[in-house]
Design a binder for this molecule. Structure first.
Ligand SMILES: [Fe+2]
Ligand SMILES: [Fe+2]
Length: 311
């Protein structure tokens, strides 16, 4: 049985939950609350005081969970920032996890799409949410797979919020879905090769770089023959390491659509911070000088203004 995790503060005593709730004890899942019941305040507070942070629900109940969420999302402006951040992180982390385990599954794809829409809605509320969300996704103490999951979540949330601030007619759902998938081929590499995702390109050997450069195409391959995968999403994944100066890969393109350029810039930025551990403030200060030519000056200026709002 597969489970999704939900943070404690997205549910609360007095609200009926439309799914069975479980608690993870050691490596097993213990049934805690029946579908249609509400949380008892005393029991709930006791779990919180013991340091429990997440409940679990069966993945089969995901549709019921989505319905439960949409009722909260209808009045999201009434919720605290903590609740908004928890919802955005719950849906994104569950999607990134599903994608990394089962990239070719239609359910994983639809989770990425619906998460993109939810994150878009939640992040629209204010700038504090993105700052805290991104900070929580960066955990250098985690193992490489967890760090990659954090990078996928962060790239998606940064790209979604940045595109939304540009107020153009970008398809946010495609952009977000592609951001969740962009490095999904990570799981197909050996543990030695997975380290390349956390290594500076300039410090890679020729052999290492030629292996690393195969990852956009491999990510696309996981979805290529799937009827549910939209062509725009596949093109975005394929071009996420390209840039306007023609030194990107795999095709050394010199022309990108606006959405491709946004995904490339956001994936580049978050790799610098989440994967290579660089200081966001230093990147903020140098991004125009360092990246002019790789991205249009206009987009870099807008990205810098955008970064300032949540650094
Ligand atoms: Fe990549
Ligand atoms: Fe990446």
């Amino acid at each position: 049985m597969d489970f999704l995790s939900i943070r404690l503060n997205t549910v609360r005593p007095g609200i009926l939950v439309p799914f069975n709730v479980y608690i993870k004890v050691a490596d097993s899942f213990k049934h805690y609350l029946n579908e249609g019941d509400d949380f008892d305040q005393v029991r709930f507070d006791k779990l919180k005081s013991k340091g429990l942070k997440k409940f679990h629900i069966q993945q089969a109940d995901e549709i019921k969970y989505q319905e439960f969420l949409s009722s909260i999302l209808d009045n999201i402006h009434l919720e605290s920032n903590d609740v908004k951040i928890s919802i955005a992180l719950d849906v994104s982390e569950n999607s990134a996890q599903a994608i990394m385990v089962n990239p070719a599954n239609e359910k994983s794809y639809s989770m990425a799409k619906s998460s993109s829409e939810i994150v878009h809605k939640v992040l629209a509320d204010n700038d504090v949410i993105l700052r805290q969300m991104v900070a929580q996704g960066r955990n250098s103490n985690s193992n490489l797979a967890e760090r990659m999951q954090g990078h996928l979540v962060n790239t998606a949330s940064i790209a979604i919020k940045f595109a939304a601030t540009l107020k153009t007619n970008i398809n946010i759902s495609s952009l977000g879905t592609a951001a969740f998938y962009h490095d999904v081929s990570f799981t197909q590499y050996s543990s030695e090769e997975q380290k390349f995702f956390f290594k500076e390109i300039k410090s890679m050997s020729v052999g290492e770089l030629s292996i690393y450069k195969t990852h956009p195409e491999k990510s696309v391959m996981t979805l290529q023959d799937k009827s549910f995968a939209e062509p725009e999403v596949l093109a975005l994944i394929m071009a996420h390491e390209e840039n306007l100066s023609g030194v990107g890969f795999p095709k050394k393109l010199t022309k990108l659509t606006q959405t491709q350029e946004i995904l490339s810039l956001c994936a580049f930025y978050d790799r610098e911070v989440s994967c290579l551990g660089k200081d966001p403030l230093t990147i903020y200060e140098n991004i125009i000088i360092d990246q002019v030519g790789n991205y249009s000056l206009d987009l870099l200026k807008k990205f810098k203004t955008f970064m300032k709002s949540y650094l």
